[in-house]
Write a protein that binds this ligand. Structure first.
Ligand code: TTP
Ligand code: MG
Length: 355
């Protein structure tokens, strides 16, 4: 049985602003561009949420809902700094940390560095340390897998701590409304409700073939999930040396269009991974494995970082043509390395990891 904690900061950007600017404390604020632009809100303080203001709505709408709301521009460096601090706190207890965004991470504390043993106790210590050292509050969920820990962290926000112990997992999943399930958005939830699926138990009562018809390739995931099983590991992203993607062709090919299409696909995949980990490197390596299993690698180091999908694609195609391929290709791969975190042009804001 694993011990997983999910930590998520409360109204993260807004809380940092309220911490740093006392005049915003206790006030309805929203992190966003001005309302007379096409800006979209990033987050709202809990005071503003009472009026229905939330993330990802037009700034104009936020003003309509709450006429006295204060618009605050984002200060990403401050959020990044708080994010680094909370990661440093996590590392006191485990190195098995999977950040999902600046303000959110999974921790696997099945074996913790200090030998504390109780995941609930560790979660308390982490929340206290975060409060003491950053002046911000976090909510945490503690359970036996990632799914349950994440749902739990949301149950008693803000400043919540929710534990779903092994003996409570089955009941909890049966009662859980489908819209709380990972990957089930509003549209899917409505579709499920139409076929009388409202809660976990309604999924549990379906046969595997019925689930196949409803969820397609994710049927197994849901079959297991309602039984309290989610075996996705906590994957630590800390300081990878390289980020890459490769793919073997179904049939070996020397066709230029096919090779370039594949590079396009790989460039997108690598770029998504770089974004997810907020790591952009200066060196791109193209790997070509031929039908006879011989391999060529070509690398190029740029002056700046590969922070754009087209640049990755164009560089990879240029490297491919420099190889003057004369035999059928079995596999292509693109890898980015040579990271320098300080130069990362982007901050990863939020993300998910199932679909
Ligand atoms: P969330 O954790 O989703 O939200 P939150 O921390 O503001 O509030 P909660 O207490 O409900 O957890 O996102 C973390 C930060 O990411 C958030 O403060 C701002 C940013 N963000 C965006 O910029 N755009 C978005 O659409 C969302 C959802 C978040
Ligand atoms: Mg949050």
């Amino acid at each position: 049985m694993r011990k997983i904690i999910h930590v998520d900061m409360d109204a993260f950007y807004a809380s940092v602003e309220q911490r740093d600017f006392p005049e915003y404390r206790g006030k309805a604020i929203v992190i966003s561009g001005p309302p007379d632009t096409r800006s979209v809100t990033m987050t709202a303080s809990y005071e503003a949420r009472k009026y229905g203001v939330k993330s990802a709505m037009p700034a104009r709408k936020a003003l309509e809902l709450c006429p006295h709301i204060i618009f605050v521009p984002p200060r990403f460096a401050a959020y990044k700094e708080a994010s680094n601090k909370i990661r440093e706190i996590f590392h006191r207890y485990t190195d098995l940390i999977e950040p999902l965004s600046l303000d959110e991470a999974y921790l696997d504390v099945t074996e913790d560095k200090l030998g504390i043993g109780s995941a609930l106790e560790i979660a308390k210590l982490i929340k206290d340390a975060i409060h003491e050292e950053t002046g911000l509050t976090a909510s945490a969920g503690v359970s036996i897998n990632k799914f349950l820990a994440k749902v739990a962290s949301d149950l008693q926000k803000p400043n919540g701590l929710t534990f779903i112990g092994p003996s409570k997992v089955e009941k909890f999943m049966e009662q859980l409304p489908v819209e709380k399930f990972f990957g089930v958005g509003k549209v899917t939830a409505e579709r499920l409700n139409k076929i009388k699926i409202f809660k976990g138990i309604d999924i549990k009562q379906k046969t595997m073939s019925e689930l196949n018809a409803i969820f397609g390739k994710n049927a197994w995931y849901f079959y297991n999930l309602v039984r309290g099983i989610d075996n996705r590991p906590v994957v630590s992203y800390r300081d990878p040396k390289s980020i890459g993607a490769e793919n073997t062709f179904t049939t070996d090919t020397i066709n230029e269009t096919k090779l370039n299409d594949e590079l396009d696909y790989l460039a997108n995949k690598v770029f998504e991974r770089c974004k997810k980990q907020d790591m952009f490197g200066k060196t791109l390596t193209l790997k070509v494995k031929y039908f006879d299993f011989t391999v060529s690698n070509r690398s190029i180091t740029a002056l700046g970082v590969f922070s754009d999908v087209n640049l990755i694609f164009e560089t990879a195609t240029a490297l491919l043509s420099s190889l003057e391929i004369e035999k059928k290709v079995r596999l292509l791969g693109i890898t980015i390395s040579n990271f320098n975190e300080a130069e990362s042009p982007q901050l990863k804001l939020f993300g998910d990891d199932l679909f």
